[in-house]
Design a protein around this ligand. Sequence first.
Ligand code: FMN
Length: 373
Amino acid sequence: MMMTSSPLFQPVRLGALELPHRVLMAPLTRSRSAQPGNAPHALNAEYYAQRAGAGLIISEATQISPEGQGYAWTPGIHSAEQIEGWRGVTRAVHAKGGRIFLQLWHVGRVSHPLLQPHRGLPVAPSAIAPSGTAFVVDETGAPAFVPFVTPRALETHEIPRIVADFAQAAAHARAAGFDGVEIHSANGYLLDQFLNSSANHRTDAYGGSIENRARLTFEVLQAVSRVFGPGRVGVRFSPFGRFMDMGDSNPLALYAHIAERLNDLDLAYAHVVDPAIIGNETAGPIALGAALLQQFRATYRGKMVLAGGFDRAKAEEAIGSGLADAIAFGRSFLANPDLPERLRANAPLNAPNKATFYGGGAEGYTDYPAMAG
Ligand SMILES: Cc1cc2nc3c(=O)[nH]c(=O)nc-3n(C[C@H](O)[C@H](O)[C@H](O)COP(=O)(O)O)c2cc1C
């Protein structure tokens, strides 16, 4: 057996971190924080500790502020109770020899007054509602799906406050013991809304040109990097993603600019959700998706993480061909706490149960079995 020659199991340095292998845990929202207060608790620490064998765990998306929340029961990192809860998670992961980044999230327009402070309108680059429904907690405390509302466009003078909220959340993450943070600039949330011409109709310095639409993501990356220092900040993008009504007039040009500008920052990695294999969440033609990834890889000189639909063979190919330095696994890590060991041994995988993805307790969360023996 030549198992150790797999490129997936070669060590890699991502910024300030030395990883023993390249199987990362992708960020996965599980909506199981303690209520009220959206604070992580012992069950969440157990879940992450079970997955501490990951090269790096990227946590579920975590709201930087009350305004940044868009779904029922997702955790935050803006209150003392939440910081304390996350401290329990990082301690449990570190005790098992793991490494963990916190994914920092502001959902922008993907929210609802029922989740907002003072029942206010969600904020966005422009007053354009996404189609579909928000998953909220209603006045009686029960979960409910309600149509999205038209958000309020952020005033230019409010944008420094958003940047400051990200920086404050990063400071909290540091205090809670995280090894770094990943900035969520993907999947149709606030930073992605600014990037995409379909959601950003602004006429100030944060809209219009590609440079202007990318400005907020870069301001956030700079501010958060100042908090965490070099090599401890990652960023996630989803070019061609159509989730939450995203769409850009020229993704190749947008991401050419982004990849080039990222070279000015000393990040741990850039994390790209593969546009070709994200499934029906993208309308981008597969050929263009591959071209975009290759262009990104050729332009960005830092480390690159890919995610979306990977199994062992595809992951080995992506790393072996030089397209990626590490692979983040989502649903397969959700269902297999010992995923790296299973991939190393080419062992069968547990299947994820969609019915228990969001909300609930231990079922479908901490009860997926590890390999026998
Ligand atoms: C239950 C679930 C929750 C997710 N939550 C997040 C999240 O919080 N942040 C994020 O960036 N992506 C999130 N994603 C996307 C995953 O990180 C990943 O990109 C996607 O599942 C594709 O990878 P996979 O094919 O390995 O599952 C989520 C996906 C699933 C299935």
